[in-house]
Design a protein around this ligand. Structure first.
Ligand code: HEM
Length: 491
């Protein structure tokens, strides 16, 4: 009898050690149960809980969510060190990064290894060839800026939502670089595209469950579809792919090898990396690469512009200062070129402060440990998901004086010159996978913001306030709330 009891205790201890106990060497944090991880019983938001964990455990801790070992980094220095390392450059094997569920993820934003490396180099080179960070793209952005001014003009003297044209302007800049296409605001084909982007954004919410609890992928299809709308996700993905396949087909039929027009032509002619087995060149890969550019580059940019309008409506003194600067630097009807940046330091400061305060991607875009790695005194097991607590770092008093305050002045030196402070600022990520459209986003934000604030004043609708806090509808991204603004023409 005694032997059975002892064996029973031994078995329980072994089970506890093997299954329930957090493996030795991991950072401190929440572990929970196998398959489901640690499910908190609290009404606190995710960000509030991360702040609590940061206070309790310091700059690195772990939280097992479902089967995913999530490691959170709360210091700028740690993020810099981690994301400079090859071992933390991979993306997780998630539907979010591989929406069409390929054997290996394609495109650029979710792919890994030599395929990612080749596509990243190619995309960066192409965006630069198409004018990213250069004056050659400025006239294309001016065209969109003028369209935007027209739409704001129509809205002058009224309370209404930020015009849809702002999305069109940003999306058109990407279409121009990718496929030499510029859509008219009312083009039904563009409306179809925008709808697909919205549908896809909503669907990611469902697929996140399957990424956190991958064993749910094995439940019967009818239940999966019921719970996670997987059939709808597939339909939306296919519609998206078909949209891009059509544009690729048109490009193939008019391709002139001597005169590549845009990113699609260049991809069709590109052979870089083809000698490596892991590098794939296909219509699907190209379609997913284009998809990545729209998904990563459109909502981020127009959300930042919308937030900038909300902040300047909420802080009219900052808006007045900005307009004075624009009037001084750019008299008359001209729109800015890249050379005007030096004479618009307050604008640069406002945009940086908006990027800091809004932290569009509050938990960063996930990376994954490609092997067991020793980091910050701990062992991070292969497959762990590495998260940047960007929103927390952007409000950390180690880097920011009065972090809760909207203070564009913090970006200016004593002579009023803009200084791009780097410590503690990572809205575009950091390291080997840093945003590859950063210079494009900066160009667009700069030119489109001048177009708006040179010609219009944005205020809250009479008798109301503008809410600058992010919408609660999207837990993974900070998007602006849907609300009205009041537009007054300045001339
Ligand atoms: C305000 C605007 C933008 C913000 C805040 C932003 C932010 C980010 C962040 C945080 C990442 C993840 C970095 C990481 O994994 O560590 C990222 C990646 C990426 N961004 Fe942006 N982004 C913006 C605009 C753009 C634009 C305009 C484009 C291109 C059209 C773009 C294309 C990409 C791509 C392709 C990646 C994936 C890079 C890779 O995995 O190698 N982004 N961005």
């Amino acid at each position: 009898m005694l032997t059975e009891v002892l064996l029973g205790i031994l078995l329980i201890l072994l089970l506890w050690k093997a299954i329930l106990k957090k493996p030795a060497g991991l950072p401190p944090g929440r572990w929970g149960l196998p398959l489901i991880g640690y499910i908190p019983l609290t009404r606190k938001s995710m960000e509030e809980q991360l702040d609590d964990l940061n206070k309790e455990h310091g700059d690195i801790y772990v939280w097992r969510m479902g089967t995913q070992v999530m490691v959170f980094l709360h210091s700028y220095e740690m993020c810099k060190e981690a994301f400079a390392r090859q071992e933390f450059t991979h993306r997780p094997d998630w539907l979010f990064f591989n929406p069409t569920n390929e054997k290996v993820a394609l495109g650029v934003g979710g792919s890994n290894g030599p395929h990612w490396h080749t596509n990243r180099r190619f995309t960066l080179r192409q965006l630069k060839n198409q004018g990213m960070g250069k004056s050659t793209l400025v006239s294309g952005i001016h065209e969109q800026a003028n369209m935007l001014i027209g739409k704001f003009q129509e809205q002058a003297g009224k309370s209404a939502a930020v015009p849809y044209a702002i999305r069109v302007a940003v999306v058109n800049v990407i279409w121009h670089m990718v496929a030499s296409i510029t859509y008219d605001v009312d083009d039904p084909k563009l409306k179809e595209f925008m709808q697909l982007m919205d549908d896809f954004g909503e669907m990611t919410y469902y697929s996140t469950f399957l990424d956190i609890f991958p064993w749910l992928r094995n439940i019967p299809a009818f239940l999966k579809n019921r719970l996670f709308a997987l059939d709808q996700v597939e339909i939306t993905d296919q519609k998206f792919m078909n949209y891009f396949y059509e544009v690729i087909k048109e490009h193939k039929s008019s391709l002139d090898p001597e005169n590549p027009r845009d990113l699609i032509d260049s991809y069709l002619l590109d052979t870089e990396g083809m000698e490596q087995e892991e590098v794939i060149r296909s219509d699907k890969d190209l379609a997913l690469l284009i998809f990545d550019l729209f998904f990563a580059g459109s909502e981020t940019t127009y959300s930042t512009l919308t937030f900038a309008m909300y902040y300047l409506a909420a802080f009219p003194e900052a808006q007045r200062k900005l307009q004075e600067e624009i009037d001084r630097a750019l008299p008359g009807d001209v729109l800015p070129t890249l050379e005007d940046r030096a004479s618009l330091p307050y604008l640069e400061a406002v945009l940086h402060e908006v990027l800091r305060m809004t932290s569009l991607v509050p938990g960063g875009v996930q990376h994954c440990a490609s092997r067991d790695t020793h980091f910050a005194g701990y062992t991070i097991p292969k497959g762990s998901i590495i998260n940047t607590a960007a929103a927390s770092i952007h409000y950390d008093s180690r880097y920011w004086d009065r972090p809760e305050s909207f203070l564009p002045e913090r970006w200016l030196d004593e002579e009023g010159k803009f200084c791009a402070k780097k410590e503690g600022f990572l809205p575009f990520g950091v390291g080997k996978r840093v945003c590859l459209g950063e210079s494009l986003a900066r160009m667009e934000l700069f030119i489109l913001a001048v177009a708006v604030f040179k010609n219009f004043t944005i205020s809250p609708p009479p008798g109301t306030l503008v809410d600058v806090t992010p919408s609660p509808t999207q837990p993974m991204f900070h998007v602006p709330r849907k609300q009205d603004i009041y537009v007054t023409a300045r001339k």
